[in-house]
Design a protein around this ligand. Structure first.
Ligand code: HEC
Length: 229
């Protein structure tokens, strides 16, 4: 066992100088731009994440972990499954961005020509606040709407750690609105999800949490004057 371990440690610490470069993707051209858009909200000096990923030198030692985290959709932390509900400020990566990061790392994670490096953002990127005003409704298990409602946002409140939970709305006409699908929910990254287009749900709609015992969520509603327009 011992010599093998030694060898592995040797490879890991010998560093990446010897990794053959087998990709045309580079930090300066493609990857830094993705990281700037999707990671620096937290991965910068003074951000909430433990390490900055602003420069190539900072990011390169994390390359393998970065590929793992984005392939498993652990990072950026956005536990809502894409395509189930359509949200503003969606932090998650597109499939193409995930693939580019994975291919860049598999290909030796090269730096590239500094000439292509994007300008640093003038303001450090921040996470947009979700404006949570108006009436709210708590949903646990299921809830039948007594009145027409326009739902602007949904927030997990007491969802079990690492649970996968779907929230759907069944309108009286039988149509189904996918509202939110959390996968491997992590409370430390809890946030409200704001709909790009507020959801119009007529009276009689049943909002359902699946599985029913997964926990509770809060719906944020637009004020009734706007509902009537
Ligand atoms: C909303 C804030 C936030 C955003 C955005 C974010 N991260 Fe993170 N990241 C964290 C936090 C906080 C941790 C610390 C680990 C934890 O608490 O689970 C972390 C940890 C990591 C780790 C280390 C995981 C390990 O092995 O311990 C990697 C790699 C990582 N992030 C990559 C990324 C990448 C790449 C992006 C962008 C595509 C990104 N993160 C976006 C907050 C964020």
């Amino acid at each position: 066992m011992r010599p093998v371990l030694f060898l592995l440690v040797g490879i890991a610490t010998a560093g990446y100088a010897h990794d053959p470069i087998t990709t045309k993707l580079t930090w300066t051209r493609e990857i830094s731009r993705i990281v700037q858009r999707r990671c620096l909200q937290c991965h910068r000096e003074g951000g909430s994440a433990p390490m900055p990923l602003v420069t190539y030198e900072q990011a390169r030692p994390w390359a393998v972990a970065i590929a793992e985290q984005v392939l498993e959709r652990q990072m950026p932390p956005w536990d809502a499954v894409k395509g189930f509900g359509d949200f503003k400020h969606d932090l998650s990566l597109s499939q193409e961005e995930v693939q580019q990061i994975a291919d860049w790392v598999a290909g030796g994670a090269p730096a590239g020509d500094p000439a292509y490096l994007p300008a640093a953002p003038s303001e450090p990127p921040t996470l947009p606040p979700v404006p949570l005003a108006g009436r709210t409704l708590k949903v646990a298990n299921s809830l039948r709407l007594e009145r027409d409602a326009v739902v602007t946002a949904i927030r997990p409140d007491a969802i079990h750690e690492e649970a996968s939970v779907r929230v759907i709305a069944r309108r009286p006409d039988g149509s189904i609105e996918p509202m939110l699908w959390l996968r491997n929910y992590r409370s430390k990254f809890a946030r409200a999800f704001e709909y790009r287009q507020p959801l119009r749900l007529p009276a009689g709609t049943v909002v359902q949490v699946v599985p029913a015992d997964a926990g509770s969520l809060t719906l944020f509603l637009m004020s009734s004057t706007i509902t009537k327009r």
